[in-house]
Ligand binder design. Structure first.
Ligand code: CMP
Length: 139
């Protein structure tokens, strides 16, 4: 059965361009409830740990530099079928391939500065949410 939570970050490019409000509005309009949210900034070490799964990829060091380059918004979102529905809402990783109306099509610049992150599985949604909001685990 698919879970009802996913994790997202509004990335430094979108925060810099003042898209936080517009993106949160799209998220709410699509039926997601925000159950935890934080405006914060990742150190290089944090970003390296968060994206450790991509360590061997050629883009890893650029990704870590980029994600620690400015503030982000991290949030846990709730909705039935959250992971898949959120990935549909944000569109393809590369904004050039993202469908019309998706968050990345509307607000992303490039494959690295792609406005938002969305978890790719229920398991990763939980791991990524815990990375920022470990206190939720105690409830
Ligand atoms: P995200 O969903 O946050 O997960 C990994 C990120 O790596 C991805 O979004 C992209 O922003 C970034 N990235 C940079 N270059 C690439 C690439 N060539 N292929 C996939 N992801 C990339």
């Amino acid at each position: 059965m698919s879970g009802n939570r996913t994790f997202t970050m509004i990335k430094p490019d979108a925060v810099e361009k003042n898209y936080i409000g517009a993106i949160l509005e799209k998220i709410n309009a699509a039926g997601f409830k925000i159950v935890a949210m934080k405006y914060t900034r990742l150190s290089k070490a944090d970003a390296g740990e968060f994206y450790a799964v991509h360590k061997e990829r050629p883009f890893y060091s650029d990704l870590v530099d980029y994600m620690s380059d400015g503030p982000i918004v991290a949030a846990i979102l709730e909705k039935d079928n959250a992971v898949a529905d959120f990935r549909e809402l944000i569109g393809a990783t590369n904004p050039e391939e993202a469908a019309e109306g998706t968050i990345r099509k509307l607000y992303a610049e490039s494959i690295s500065a792609n406005a938002v992150h969305g978890s790719d599985s229920d398991e990763n949604a939980q791991i990524e949410g815990n990375f920022f909001f470990s206190q939720l685990e105690r409830h």
